[in-house]
Design a binder for this molecule. Structure first.
Ligand code: AGP
Length: 611
């Protein structure tokens, strides 16, 4: 999940590359590097952040109107200077940046070693650039042809850009599995893993599809397949606005995105929920309601936080639309040889729209004849182009690696789909349908109220920042929220945390409870309220520390728990949208107090484009 950028044009490439890499740093921040071509290649790469690279070459005379840059998330070879990109071929003729994994690199490397090649790094990418050189030197051909032939020999995923010293006016870009976007300027072109480094220069972009290759000169762009079939470029206009990808005064993207949730949810149902809250219109599913109504089963595939949103979806679809639902991890579903019926509907949930395991699960579902719909946040992403229909979450760009507003926007979309399907199938009354639409419409305001508790939540977080374990509990619709709360704490504070259905405690985890174990309990008023109150009593009976998210005015839990955080009343099916807010803030404050990098937590990246 690296970030790659490229530029060719009349401007100085260096500032464009550095700025672009900073925009993409959420995709990987183990090392960074650039290469510019002016008479000769200037290449510099370094372990660490883009800012480390910048200060390391601050005094170097860097020039050139053609260049490439890379920020790395290490897969093959530890984060160090040698394994950083760009990589050069043995005789320095080719320079490459690559996002993805060449799965058969070891076999290719052994073949190249027999041909006299040696390698400076442990990376799969250096094998690819040497393969390109090897093919190029075998007989007279263009650099583009050498790249194409090499790519027909590799297995795996790539988004890459190549410079050849023999063709100093050309960039060669190719994609398979990993995302790549080309921005079209006046006599200049911008290449990047996503649109965030491009939007400030142009709104006109081309999204490369799998096995596309682009040969780019300052005044010309040629698009073809790696099998040499010409392609007519499909130019799209970006809807992204540069302001959306700035912190706008917040200390961190994660905090900004937590506070953006009222707007993100309102934008997600704007133009979809009728003003008078009498109905819902989802244009992206207009042609496929029949498939959903007739669905024998709904299979939700996703990873990480999106999988937790899928879990909430399971409760929503079964509760309201009375259709059986299975929630599958993309990575397990793709290799489990799953049983898929033609009248199954698969819903793929992904913020980035680029998660490799979810993409692969989609392809398997389609191969087995199921209809596949997407819930995505990134326009033009691979999942949106590979699904039969879908609904965009309008959360806006999510830069913080820990997903927050995308989760609540995904749950909002799943709620609208489940309610609309229930209305289609008449499994709920029109009164209930409209009552729930009205309650959903009130959620942004209620989230504002939950956000207003930030200072109180900060004080509670202070007390538990030095603990090394935590447990999260919830029942029904709130069980997935407990899972999500635990994931947030794990991924940004590095505290070991587990989420459980509260009743599962007695089957083992309760052994972990003592005075050193903070237990976060999601316990707003719902059909299993009395049960969760007993679970809190069980925690207290073992001297555990109970921090409860409760409904405003609840006095029962107030008397039992060590700390309470009150959120506004709402129907239990919508409570995940409110109760997750305090858990997001708790993880944010604890991580900050522990000196962690909340926007770029260690070992993680925003979009997992390799398996
Ligand atoms: C969540 O905070 C993480 N960033 C991660 O679990 C993420 O949800 C997962 O990688 C799925 O990403 P997607 O929604 O872009 O597919």
């Amino acid at each position: 999940m690296c970030g790659i950028v490229g530029y060719i044009g009349k401007r100085e490439a260096y500032p464009i590359l550095i700025k672009g890499l900073k925009r993409l740093e959420y995709r990987g921040y183990d090392s960074a590097g650039i290469a510019l071509l002016k008479d000769d290649i200037f290449l510099y790469k370094k372990k660490g952040k883009v800012s480390d690279l910048e200060s390391a070459i601050a005094d170097s005379p860097i020039q050139g109107n053609i260049g490439i840059g890379h920020t790395r998330w290490a897969t093959h070879g530890e984060p160090n200077d040698e394994n950083a990109h760009p990589h050069q071929s043995s005789n320095g003729k080719f320079t490459i940046i690559h996002n993805g994994i060449i799965e058969n690199y070891a076999r290719l490397r052994d073949k190249l070693i027999k041909k006299g090649y040696s390698f400076k790094s442990e990376t799969d990418t250096e094998v690819l650039v040497n393969l390109i050189e090897y093919i190029y030197l075998k007989e007279t051909m263009s650099a583009e042809m050498a790249v194409r032939l090499a790519l027909t020999k590799v297995e795996g995923a790539y988004g890459l850009v190549v410079i050849c010293n023999d063709e100093p006016d050309t960039l060669i870009a190719a994609r398979k599995g990993s995302p790549l976007v080309i921005g079209l300027g006046q006599g200049e072109y911008f290449i990047a893993s996503d649109a965030t480094p491009i939007v400030e220069y142009t709104k006109n972009v081309i999204y490369l599809n799998d096995e596309d290759i682009a040969v780019i000169k300052t005044d010309e762009l040629q698009l073809k397949t790696i099998k040499n079939t010409p392609i007519k470029p499909a130019i799209k206009e970006l809807t992204l606005d540069i302001g959306e990808i700035d912190k706008q005064g917040y200390d961190h993207f994660m905090l900004k995105e937590i506070y953006e949730q009222p707007r993100a949810i309102a934008d997600t149902f704007r133009g979809r929920i009728y003003r008078d809250c009498t109905d819902i219109h989802l244009g992206g599913l207009q042609q496929v309601w029949g498939d959903l109504e007739k669905a024998r089963r709904i299979i939700i595939v996703a990873c990480g936080t999106s999988w937790h949103a899928g879990l909430v979806g399971e409760y929503l679809f079964e509760e309201f639309a009375r259709v059986p639902v299975e929630v599958e991890y993309g990575s397990e579903f793709r290799y489990r040889n799953p049983i898929i019926y033609k009248d199954d509907v698969v819903i793929a949930i992904s913020q980035s729209g680029e998660t490799a395991d979810t993409l692969a699960a989609i392809r398997i579902a389609k191969e087995n004849g199921a209809k596949v719909f997407g819930v995505c946040n990134v326009v033009g992403s691979s999942i949106t182009r590979e699904t039969d229909a879908g609904v965009y979450t309008h959360a806006g760009p999510e830069i913080g690696v820990a997903s927050t507003k995308a989760f609540t926007a995904q749950v909002t979309v799943l709620t609208m789909i489940a309610l609309k399907l229930a209305n289609h199938k008449k499994t709920i009354t029109t009164e209930k349908y409209q009552e729930l639409i009205k309650a959903l419409n009130e959620i942004p305001e209620k989230i504002e109220k939950a956000l207003a508790l930030n200072e109180q939540i900060k004080l509670i977080s202070e007390k538990y920042k030095d603990h090394s374990n935590a447990i999260y509990l919830g029942r029904g619709f709130l069980f997935p929220v407990a899972m999500e709360g635990a994931l947030k704490l794990k991924e940004i504070s590095y505290i070991h945390a587990e989420g459980y259905p509260a009743a599962e405690m007695k089957h083992g985890p309760i052994a972990l409870i003592d005075e050193n174990m903070p237990v976060f309990i999601v316990a707003t008023k719902d059909s299993s309220y009395d049960k969760i109150v007993s679970n809190i009593r069980e925690v207290k009976a073992r001297n555990g520390v109970a921090i409860a998210i409760i409904t405003e005015g609840d006095t029962v839990i107030k008397d039992i728990a060590d700390h309470i955080i009150e959120v506004p009343e709402t129907p239990e099916s919508l409570a995940p949208l409110l109760t997750v807010i305090p858990l997001q803030l708790i993880s944010y404050h604890i991580a900050l107090m522990r000196g962690c990098n909340v926007d770029q937590p260690r070992n993680l990246a925003k979009s997992v484009t390799v398996e």
